[in-house]
Design a protein around this ligand. Structure first.
Ligand code: NAG
Ligand code: NAG
Ligand code: NAG
Ligand code: NAG
Ligand code: NAG
Ligand code: NAG
Ligand code: NAG
Length: 407
């Protein structure tokens, strides 16, 4: 009899904090075309790299065959530029027939046949960011129904060409409309990114109730400046952002750049390590056919994925900053931790960094912790709480540790 009121409270708390569609209990993983393929619609001259059913099928094949799916990369999503220039005669969105000759339903079926999930893109506004038909307040229900009929598993709803008032009405309305279709569809809202990402214009309590994930900040670009700027922004606003995220409701610092051209290998490691610390969605956006062995190794690092997907779902925080070095820590299940030490300097020399578990605030297990270097895939030995730990952190690089208690 004592248990009943406790369970009731627990249920109420979890219901009020996240969208009740049972989805994205851990951050989603998958592939999107945007960073590598943008709005390339020129299939005549560039048939391999244009936004088309052929591209999506090819990437679904790779996800299914090259070990991605088993690691959790299960979503194959479209971004902008899939739609025809006009809605159909019944007012429904439709795919561009020359680039998607079989239609979206057949494409979703294909993706499902590979054991994967299918995501689509639309925009709450008069047009998508690239000018295709948008989802306006009066077409929300039609579009939700269309997506459900097609077998869509995730919707990213962008926010170009709409006012703040339209967004405030439209994002919650789509959440209700998706629910009414009866099909579980993960819902990714770009709303906060269009309102500066912070209160008072952004209400994260509300977002957690209506969306499964959201972009908070501007689009990522294929450069170190962009990655470093995003990390700094999440650190500077962690008191707002960190508590807002959790199982079923994630902050999305945007796509992974690994496999593209703009980052050095060390910089690509920084993005992956920090995304895992932030409990971020892991969406690759590169050509999976031409990925180098090194890039594949980074993206398929099992311990990094384990940390990202930790079922506590508590994003990490920046706990210290000194000169160009900053320390980030994420608590994981069973008193385990992820710790990333980032060096933001560009002066070419690996920086020494000395610390101890005690100094990192990791002291629950008095016997000490086993230390693994996530990116080197090595076991570095066990350490007592007060033993000195010395690391060398490459310029615009990271050391990413996984700590497991000896208790
Ligand atoms: C719709 O919402 C209800 C109540 O919150 C929930 O129980 C149900 O699972 C949701 N259905 C879908 C398809 O999201
Ligand atoms: C389909 O996309 C092509 C570019 O690949 C474009 O020329 C054509 O106008 C589009 N068709 C429709 C109906 O939107
Ligand atoms: C969207 O279109 C409507 C109707 O034409 C117009 O009143 C509104 O200003 C447009 N909104 C934006 C943000 O372009
Ligand atoms: C934020 O949204 C929640 C849930 O809808 C609501 O209860 C709360 O009053 C809102 N907060 C502000 C400051 O508007
Ligand atoms: C790194 O330093 C640059 C230049 O001062 C700054 O713009 C950027 O925000 C810093 N990045 C991080 C993660 O602190
Ligand atoms: C570690 O050092 C601190 C301060 O020097 C001390 O309070 C603490 O008891 C030490 N812990 C262990 C496990 O030795
Ligand atoms: C996070 C951090 O420490 N950033 C520093 C990186 O280096 C530049 C230039 O040395 C500093 O201005 C930043 O504050």
């Amino acid at each position: 009899m004592m248990l009943l009121p406790l369970m009731l409270i627990f249920t109420l708390v979890s219901e009020s904090s996240s969208l009740d569609n049972g989805l994205l209990k851990t951050p989603p993983m998958g592939w999107v075309p945007w960073e590598s393929f943008r709005c390339n619609t020129d299939c005549q001259h560039d048939p391999d790299d244009c936004i088309s059913e052929r591209l999506i099928k090819t990437m679904a094949d790779r996800l299914a065959k090259d070990g991605w799916k088993e690691l959790g990369y299960e979503y194959v999503n479209l971004d902008d530029c899939w739609a025809a220039n006009e809605r159909d005669s019944l007012g429904r969105l439709q795919a561009n027939a020359s680039r998607f000759p079989s239609g979206i339903k057949a494409l979703a079926d294909y993706v499902h046949s590979k054991g994967l999930k299918f995501g689509i893109y639309s925009d709450l506004g008069n047009r998508t960011c690239e000018g295709y038909p948008g989802t306006t307040l009066d077409t929300i229900e039609t579009d939700a129904k269309t997506f459900a009929e097609w077998g869509v598993d995730m919707l990213k709803l962008d926010g170009c060409y709409s006012s703040s008032a339209d967004k405030a009405a439209g994002y919650p309305k789509m959440s209700v409309a998706l629910n009414k279709t009866g099909r579980p569809i993960a819902y990714s809202c770009s709303w906060p990114a269009y309102e500066g990402g912070l209160p008072p214009k952004v209400n994260y309590t509300l977002l957690g109730q209506i969306c499964n994930m959201w972009r908070n900040f501007g689009d990522i670009e294929d450069s170190w400046g962009s990655v470093s700027h995003i990390i700094a922004w999440y650190g500077d606003h962690q008191d707002t952002l960190q508590p807002a995220a959790g199982p079923g409701r994630w902050s999305d610092p945007d796509m992974l750049l690994t496999g593209n051209l703009g980052l050095s290998f060390e910089q690509a490691k920084v993005q992956l390590a920090l995304w895992a610390i932030l409990a971020a969605p892991l969406f690759m956006s590169c050509n999976l056919q031409t990925l180098s062995a090194e890039a594949r190794g980074l993206l398929q690092n099992p311990l990094l994925i384990y940390i990202d997907q930790d079922r506590l779902g508590v994003p990490g925080r920046r706990i210290a900053k000194s000169g160009p070095l900053e320390v980030w820590k994420r608590p994981l299940v069973d008193d385990q931790y992820g710790v990333a030490v980032l060096n933001n300097s560009t002066d070419g020399l690996p920086r020494p960094f000395t610390t101890s578990l005690e100094l990192l605030g990791i002291s629950h297990c008095k016997a000490g912790y086993q230390i693994y270097s996530v990116l080197d895939r090595t076991f570095e030995g066990s350490q007592g709480l007060n033993a000195t730990i010395t690391l060398k952190v490459a310029p615009t690089g990271v050391v990413f540790l996984f700590l497991r208690p000896l208790c």
